[in-house]
Design a protein around this ligand. Sequence first.
Ligand code: ACM
Ligand code: ZN
Length: 558
Amino acid sequence: MNPKRLASKSLLLLFVSVFALSCGGPAELSIKESRYPLIPKPQHVEAQDNEFVFNANTKIIYDQKNPDVGMVVDFLRERFGIPTGYSFEQTNAADTNVIILKLDPTVGEAEGAYSLLIEPSKIEVRAPQAKGLFYGVQTIRQLLPPEIESRDTVEGMRWSVPGVKIKDAPRFQYRGMHLDVGRHFFPVEFIKKYIDLIALQKMNYFHWHLTEDQGWRIEIKKYPKLTQVGAYRKQTLIGHGSKKPYIYDGTPYGGFYTQDQIREIVDYARKRFVTIIPEIEMPGHSSAALAAYPELGCTGGPYMVQERWGIFPDIYCAGKEKTFQFLEDVLTEVVDLFPGKYIHIGGDEAPKDRWKECSLCQERIKTEGLKDEHELQSYFIQRIEKFLLTKNRYIIGWDEILEGGLAPQATVMSWRGIKGGIAAAKQKHDVIMTPTGYCYLNFYQADPRTQPLAIGGFLTLNKVYNYEPVPRELNEEEAKYILGAQGNVWTEYILNGREVEYMAFPRAAALAEVVWTNKENKDWADFLSRMEGFYKHLAALNVNYFRGNIGDLIRDKK
Ligand code: ACM
Ligand code: ZN
């Protein structure tokens, strides 16, 4: 069955179910699970009426000399080997009962492209790079019974995958998920789980928001007080931040990642073809750093690690040389830990109150010939960019970095809607789309009366699914600057990993399809029928996903 017929079949089923309801029949709405429950949907799927069945003699053929391919094989052996109890040994000879992983430049140009053939005698994955082979393995994983996610051997299973021919490649090169570990802190094991889920959905960036007003979460050897002082707050606000009077829990809270833990996580991500983008916020959202080193602020303090949510006026002083010395030292350690090309430097929500009153900041404005505090922020960011370029790293900043002039090589994350993204693309700057209205997965996903306390907003699964990252305002040339999109998970009201999972899933799955699958191949009803199978994998992975009301989902067709 081609994907179109697959889609129309599931649509038909939906109509039948909805019809049953409207006729006053039993209010039993159901969505039939797709035989190919793949998330994101591959670009071309040709169904076959057969299957491949794994057994203890299933072997792998691959190029043992290529370490990246070896990494994919290690992943396959770990992921498939434990639940099946099979060892997936290497062979050169066999031509049946084999999984072939082969580098093949003819498969496609895009990084991550792959082809997959499943037939009774063999499974063959071809890709121009190891990354595509990895995605092929993720596709096989999603076609296997959900018990494949078990971390113990599962006896008595029939490990079969349906026959298929797939040709696939991502629409966008940037497919990201973000996590704020500043407002609440999440242990190493959870970060790994999050990265696993990113990779499962063929996403390739993890934006790790490591510093905030409420906590500094990354060990910096040269400035130990950043974590000794900055990683801990005395207490935390109870209830919503807009509600006064403020009430606090009276319980100290904090935590941070050691450099050894960060190296471990970076390596874990590398093996899953996920690049981590660390975010070190500046000049705003820096209360925790200022609490540790008050001399970096305009007034000299004292400052506190914040105990409630919001935007705070104390930011790094842009007039003091020691601010830049400090940030360069911090970034030097950050660059050593994170090998990816991007460093996120924040740039959002930096009130200019202190800079307006600070003689050193005003002096800087004069000596640099700047017009105002916005240009001072631009000076600040450009200076940091220049430094990072000497280390061969490129900055990403929130769309406020447009104000006062963009740093020459900056990539812009458009979050206050899409205007920033449009402006940056028109200035020939790379853009990552993450507008609140479509990408803020910390917003309510259903009627707030039925949901745990969240920051606000309203963003359904359907709305995420229908997001189109390329703004209509851009012409074809400008559209090339849209690298992709990202789901953001800010954690003011998200206290632990279970709650992150609840907010992120299944909306992250919808976003994964937005950034992978060509627009014309997307189909809401088909997505829902594939999700039926995908939910089973999430459940087997012990992911605490939100399951929307089926009636709402079917009707929510926009
Ligand atoms: C943001 O949500 N402040 C980038
Ligand atoms: Zn100042």
